[in-house]
Design a protein around this ligand. Structure first.
Ligand SMILES: CC(C)(COP(=O)(O)OP(=O)(O)OC[C@H]1O[C@@H](n2cnc3c(N)ncnc32)[C@H](O)[C@@H]1OP(=O)(O)O)[C@@H](O)C(=O)NCCC(=O)NCCS
Length: 187
């Protein structure tokens, strides 16, 4: 089994000061729905606003299926204080040949601007370099979502350029800013 496949099929739990990052589970559905049903949270991500608990269950089923196949997936972000699942962060894809990958994340609006995603991203980057032995980790955000760029910069990613109309999000072409960190970069 390839390294990536074996790590993704048994995603570990990562610990930070305020957070536990652990594999998603079906029991996360109510917490997930509580924030994924907020259109402000889904505005700049590629998934649609969850309309019912069914959408959240479907999201979790598909995440768990990814683990079973050993494919790149996301961690649940759990607040240690309350035990609440308040977001997700993880790998969207991995290029085995080039040892590169892209990270994506989202967080409940109740917890924005407290440094939580910066804390989570730092842990996932360390995991990517130390456990997955990656060489390059990318992240991209819509130019209309600068808070995400701040998170990337705080976690040591460097801005590499803006890609015009790279994606279609909710029916509209969007410009995205691309960031990356190399394993030799300061963290
Ligand atoms: C983007 C997101 C992940 C940020 O998470 P967070 O935990 O609030 O991030 P942090 O608190 O670690 O850092 C936020 C930074 O953005 C800044 N910020 C917040 N709103 C901003 C805005 N409108 N314009 C510019 N910067 C902004 C904050 O001041 C902070 O930067 P600073 O520490 O330099 O002052 C969160 O808002 C989110 O999940 N949004 C919805 C989903 C999403 O957009 N995901 C990312 C897709 S690329």
């Amino acid at each position: 089994m390839q390294l990536f496949e074996s790590v993704f099929s048994q995603l570990p739990t990562l610990d930070t000061q305020r957070l536990t990052l652990r594999p998603l589970r079906m029991k996360d559905a109510p917490d997930l729905f509580a924030y994924a049903s907020d259109p402000e949270v889904s505005r700049h991500v590629l998934w649609d606003t969850h309309r019912s608990l069914r959408d959240s269950r479907q999201f979790l089923r598909s995440a768990i299926r990814q683990y079973r196949k050993g494919l790149p997936g996301s961690f649940a972000i759990v607040l240690k204080d309350s035990g609440r699942m308040i977001g997700t962060i993880g790998f969207m894809w991995v290029n085995v040949e080039y040892k590169s990958a892209e990270v994506g994340y989202s967080l409940s609006r109740n917890y924005w601007n407290q440094g939580i995603m910066t804390e989570a991203l730092r842990a996932v980057i360390a995991f990517g370099f130390d456990e997955l032995r990656l060489n390059r980790i990318e992240a991209q955000h819509e130019t209309s979502n600068p808070a995400s760029g701040r998170v990337m910069a705080h976690a040591g990613l460097r801005y590499e350029g803006t890609l015009r109309q790279r994606l279609v999000n909710k029916g509209r072409y969007v410009d995205v800013a691309l960031y990356a960190i190399l394993r030799t970069d300061p963290r």
